[in-house]
Design a protein around this ligand. Sequence first.
Ligand code: IPD
Length: 331
Amino acid sequence: MSLQDLTPADLQSILKFSVDLARKAGEVILQGSEAIRSLSSQSGVGEKKNSVDLVTEYDVKVEELVGREIKATYPDFGFVGEESYSAGVRPTLTDAPTFCVDPIDGTTNFVHGFPFVCISIGLIYKRRPVLGVVYNPFIDHLYTGIKGQGSYLTRGGSLAQPQRLPLTSSAKPLPSLNGALVAVEWGSDRSEAAIATKSSSFARLAGNPEQNVVGGRMVHSLRSMGSAALNFSFVAQGALDIYWEIGCWAWDVCAGIVIAEEAGGLVTGSRDAFLASCKDGTFGDVTEDILTGRKYVVVRSIADTPNESCKEAQKRIINELYDTIQEVEPN
Ligand code: IPD
């Protein structure tokens, strides 16, 4: 396999490897969940930045397993993982293929036994996400995607037939945010400034402008499921219309970006990155700056109309979102 030119067939074989690895990691995640359930205290749970930024020995165990297997099979590939990054291993991105892994995305859910937890294995090549595997072992949902080759959901074991994403037979319209199901997350920055700004953004998204919520969009509802990778996958599936978050990291989103894009979704970054991309014609290109920028918006595929293409509609929805919310700086 030449590092200079990964072919579609190379990506297929990396996908197969990543799916097998994700399923193996899924078994460890389920064992870990059993073990945590049987603990009488929170003794297996550690804190990173503060008491809501959690890590368990299983995050580390799963990352070690994944890192080991990647090294044995793809010794020349780079590796960025949440836990090794936290421990100080911070490689700079190059053009070489680089795995970007969150061993347990949804650690808070994992600790509480809330079954929205996954392993997220992404591959970055020439500084763009090109392959993604997101596997939730609790409900056995496997999302996969390869740049240019579509994305799929496989439910019910490795012998089940993968279903092409989005699951909707054709893209639905989205006339405004008002009709949208929107995912947002609280994140781990609980300072007064961050919480006040985020909650007022959430209030404007949800609030009724006809009942005194100034700037209110009255979206259908807000969801906070606690896993960035699964949020991207739900947008790909068509179950969520839009997901907006500030504060997550490349390993939370890398795999999900490919899965969402391959289902016709559009991914962008901060308001500034979005506006700049509209000006310079790169709207929809997830550059290294967007991938590592810690501010993300993803919108599902939207039906073309005679007056508006899917991409124009996605741009309109993102504009509407950025007119409604206020950004905070990730810490
Ligand atoms: C977190 C989850 C959460 C998101 C945070 C992420 P982790 O990842 O994806 O939904 O709100 O920004 O850091 O810590 O569970 O791997």
